[in-house]
Write a protein that binds this ligand. Structure first.
Ligand code: MN
Length: 198
């Protein structure tokens, strides 16, 4: 089954002024679509190599698949992690798990923002469920796939590629990441993902 671009779960202009409709159109319709297309292309080429037995291009295909699969997965999560009128604070089991693993919600946010704001070049901040330790961990990803840990399940992700914010925020990445928590984060979605991951 080829991968498909998911529809945005809200209107393109509904996250304004935090995120403009122009930024969301470009980001979702162009950038995310390109990851989906290139992932499907790489998977077809892997299938063709399996058929022909010619694996001369397999290194590049593995690289393209890891990059574009991870980009597709993280963007799909990112759209769902936001909602119009988002923000506020986590509650219930999610809040309890955050307090257990970080001491407080404020410390978790501070670590998440520090990690996300300091991504070198293009990448992501990621809050993920780590099943061996039964705990939440904060990761950075460079590009979409580098610095990942095997087996963890991302539950909250924040894109800090320049295409995610540059039209509105230029070099002020930390204004964009602060705005994400103030205006857009959908804690109910994060809580549902944590419950499913557990
Ligand atoms: Mn992106």
């Amino acid at each position: 089954m080829p991968s498909m671009l998911p529809e945005l779960p809200y209107a393109y202009d509904s996250l304004e002024p935090f995120l403009s409709a122009e930024t969301l159109h470009l980001h979702h319709d162009k950038h995310h679509q390109a990851y989906v297309n290139t992932l499907n292309d790489a998977e077809e080429k892997v299938k063709a190599a399996q058929k022909s037995g010619d694996f001369a291009a397999i290194r590049g295909l593995c690289d393209a698949r890891a990059f574009n699969y991870s980009g597709h997965l993280l963007h799909s999560l990112f759209w769902a992690n936001m909602k119009p009128g988002g923000g506020g604070a986590p509650s219930g089991d999610l809040a309890a798990q955050i307090v257990k693993d970080f001491g407080s919600v404020d410390t978790c946010k501070a670590q998440f923002l520090a990690a996300t704001n300091s991504v070198q070049g293009s990448g992501w901040g990621i809050l993920a469920w780590e099943p061996q330790g039964q705990s939440l961990v904060i990761l950075q990803a460079e590009k979409h796939q580098n610095l990942a840990m095997w087996g963890v399940t991302p539950v909250l992700v924040l894109d800090v590629w320049e295409h995610a914010y540059y039209l509105q925020y230029q070099n002020r990445r930390s204004d964009f990441t602060a705005g994400f928590f103030q205006h857009a984060v959908n804690w109910d979605d994060v809580a549902a993902r944590l419950a499913a991951a557990r």
